[in-house]
Design a protein around this ligand. Structure first.
Ligand code: GA4
Length: 323
């Protein structure tokens, strides 16, 4: 990754970093939710990559496309109208600035609370589409976490999903719009960083995007690969909290999003988090006899607080690792 060598070519986006093309991820684990083996395959994918694609998930495609259309009508509003829904801290509309500590990207977004839903002054249709979609994706997250518990032989099987089912669950929802940046064409195939590399702090993230590429994940050997888009499927990420709860067995995946020169990318992500008071510790049933926790004990509230003070690309779990 480099800071632009020809800032003039990009004018207004010259502060945002670019990066070179990367290889396509051809070995992406694809999991069919209705497959008998799903629980084993989910655990395997989360151990190796912390990431997989979910098909046959039962969420109607119309729910996704309806929300995508509503989101685009919002993002197509004049800037002054969108700004009325800002700032994004804690919830609302954000433009280029990500988080409170100076991170920027080629992105605009809406960050929303899910418990209870953030009440933005947006059209009724938009709010309905968000609420219906979030309900469906939440249910999917419960199902995936229950299969994961089965695969890890964790009892009871709702040991993970109950944290998201809890009405105090600290979950959120994000609608991202990565506008095309035509000036990029002058930079021979380079892409702008839309959302810089990071891991998600929560337990699990469920992402759906339109048919525009951009998502990349970091493999164990630290190489970056780009994930081919699939607007009918979901992409699932393990978050930091789940890495801790599995005592490092499941891997919180580093990922980033690049913006392109021609097509706009729209993504919608549900981040499933536990209640603020929840202690984030390895679950006894994932530990073998004599195994010790790799992490110091902390609550989700403490972790979130520390995350809010961090930069996007920081290794946030590092502060909580036992030395
Ligand atoms: C990354 C995952 C989610 O998008 C998010 C992000 C949050 C934000 O946009 O405000 C953070 C980032 C995310 C982690 C570190 C802090 C907080 C921006 C940032 C620099 C909503 C989340 O929960 O953590």
């Amino acid at each position: 990754m480099v800071v632009l060598s020809q800032p003039a070519a990009l004018g207004h986006c010259s502060l945002i970093k670019t990066c070179k093309p990367t290889a396509v991820f051809t070995r992406i684990p694809v999991i069919d939710l209705k497959d008998q083996e799903a629980k084993t395959l989910i655990v395997k994918a989360c151990e190796e990559y912390g990431f997989f694609k979910l098909v046959n998930h039962g969420v109607p495609i119309e729910l996704m496309t309806r929300l995508e259309a509503e989101a685009l009508s919002f993002f197509n509003l004049p800037q002054s109208e969108k700004d009325k829904a800002g700032p994004p801290t804690p919830f609302g509309y954000g433009n280029k600035r990500i988080g409170p500590n100076g991170d920027i990207g080629w992105i605009e977004y809406l960050l929303l609370n899910t418990n209870p839903p953030t009440s933005l002054n947006t059209p009724e249709n938009f709010r309905c589409a968000v609420n219906e979609y979030v309900q469906a994706v939440k249910r999917l997250a419960f199902e995936v976490l229950e299969l994961m518990a089965d695969g890890l032989k964790i009892e009871p099987r709702d040991a993970l999903s109950r944290l998201l089912r809890d009405e105090r669950s600290d979950s959120c929802f994000r609608l991202n719009h990565y506008p095309p940046c035509p000036e990029l064409q002058a930079l021979s195939g380079r892409n702008l960083i839309g959302f810089g590399e990071h891991t998600d702090p929560q337990i699990i993230s469920i992402l759906r995007s339109n048919n525009t590429s951009g998502l990349q994940i970091c493999l164990r050997d630290r190489s970056w690969v780009s994930v081919p888009p699939d607007q009918t499927s979901f992409f699932i990420n393990v978050g930091d909290a789940l890495q801790v709860m599995s005592n490092g067995r499941l891997r919180s995946v580093r990922h980033r999003v690049l913006a392109g020169s021609m097509k706009s990318r729209v993504s919608m992500i549900y981040f499933g988090g536990p209640p603020l008071s929840e202690k984030i510790v390895p679950m006894p049933s994932v530990m073998i006899e004599g195994e010790e926790s790799l992490y110091k004990e902390f609550t989700w509230w403490e972790y979130k607080n520390s995350a809010c003070k961090s930069r996007l690309g920081d290794n946030r779990l590092g502060l909580f690792q036992k030395t």
